[in-house]
Design a binder for this molecule. Structure first.
Ligand SMILES: [Mn+2]
Length: 342
């Protein structure tokens, strides 16, 4: 039975207020492939929301691309698509750069889906990818879109749908259940597994449909457990799905009362009573609205970065260092300038 990793909602560039946010996200990226490696799995599906927002700094962008290149060269097949958070402007997403690099031959095993639905034929299975389905989509429309992708599929292999969408009736980390969006269509029995992205809480939604949830807690309030799904799927049988937590990621713990003993090896948000001259341990990174130890509160706010700068700064040098052809370096800068430079 083909085995693969199902993940989504990586949100690189989120939670810049955590003291080690980028290192944490680098650990997340490496952790995903470590789990794959340990289980001798070569295929990783990333169902959208790779980045947090359009205001991504170059070091955040680089943290992702660097790893995509590394694990691609190690022979991993990563299938990635954009999610709603990856959107930069109408018709443009953060997938532009991996997509350009792939077009210029810099990614051999990685399949990048940028905007358009696509049927991807892998040796052991077929993936029908639908990036960012609108929440106005009806269940019938979703069924039709999936059927169209299946028409192009080799029907001797398991068929997996990778979809970034809010499915009606799912549950979020905050306990909210969206009343809009399509359901998992009941008449798509040819689908052997639905790999869903968008919702950060890992959950099963139908016989063969799962949200992986985000691989790590991105914020206080994100509930545990978080991890990736290790999936074994075959034709006409129920998939075998296991949530595997990433190692070495500090938990984000919220305390609403003064503890007898402060927990260690985690980041703490402390919402209990604050007494004057109270000593808070260093791993308390957030209290009710104020960051302890920070004189200047504004410094902790996410910095708005000029979009075009954040994408081109360091980019040509990076591509050059990675041995990418000069045409790609030029094309990448042109891409950003044409769309974003004022
Ligand atoms: Mn998301």
């Amino acid at each position: 039975m083909p085995k693969f990793i199902h993940t989504a909602d990586l949100h690189v560039g989120k939670s810049r207020t955590l003291p080690d946010y980028l290192e944490r996200q680098e650990k997340m990226l490496d952790g995903i492939y470590k789990i794959a490696e340990e289980r001798e799995i070569k295929t990783v599906l990333m169902a959208g929301d790779i980045f947090e927002s359009k205001n991504i700094r170059w070091n955040e962008q680089r943290a992702f691309i660097e790893r995509l290149l590394t694990y691609d060269s190690k022979g991993f097949t990563t299938v990635i698509c954009n999610g709603n958070h990856d959107e930069l402007a109408a018709g443009a997403t953060h997938m532009w750069l991996p997509s350009l690099i792939a077009d210029f031959g810099g990614l051999k095993n990685t399949i990048v889906i940028d905007g358009e639905s696509k049927t991807v034929d892998l040796p052991e299975m077929v993936i029908g990818v639908i990036p960012v389905a609108s929440s106005n989509m009806t269940t019938q429309e979703l069924a039709a879109a999936v059927a169209e992708l299946y028409e192009k599929a080799d029907d001797s292999k398991p068929f997996v749908v990778m979809l970034h969408a809010t499915i009606r009736g799912c549950n979020t980390d905050t306990g909210w259940s969206p009343g809009s969006g399509p359901r998992i269509p009941g008449d798509c029995s040819f689908v052997d597994y639905w790999a869903l992205g968008d919702i950060h809480k890992s959950q099963q939604l139908a016989d063969k449909a799962w949200y992986s949830g985000s691989p790590i807690q991105h914020d206080f309030g994100d509930v545990q457990p978080k991890g990736v799904l290790v999936v074994e799927a075959a034709q006409k049988v129920d998939p075998i799905v296991e949530l595997v937590e990433l190692e070495g990621i500090k938990p984000l713990v919220t305390l609403t009362e003064l503890p007898d003993q402060w927990p260690t090896d985690c980041h703490i948000r402390y919402l209990g009573p604050l007494e004057s001259l109270m000593e808070l341990p260093e791993n308390v990174v957030k209290t009710s609205g104020v960051f302890p130890g920070s004189e200047d509160e504004e410094e902790e706010q996410p910095v708005e970065v000029e979009f075009s700068d954040s994408l081109t700064e360091g980019l040509p040098e990076f591509l050059h260092a990675k041995g990418m052809p000069p045409e790609l370096q030029e094309e990448a800068v042109r891409w950003v300038q044409e769309r974003y430079a004022k």
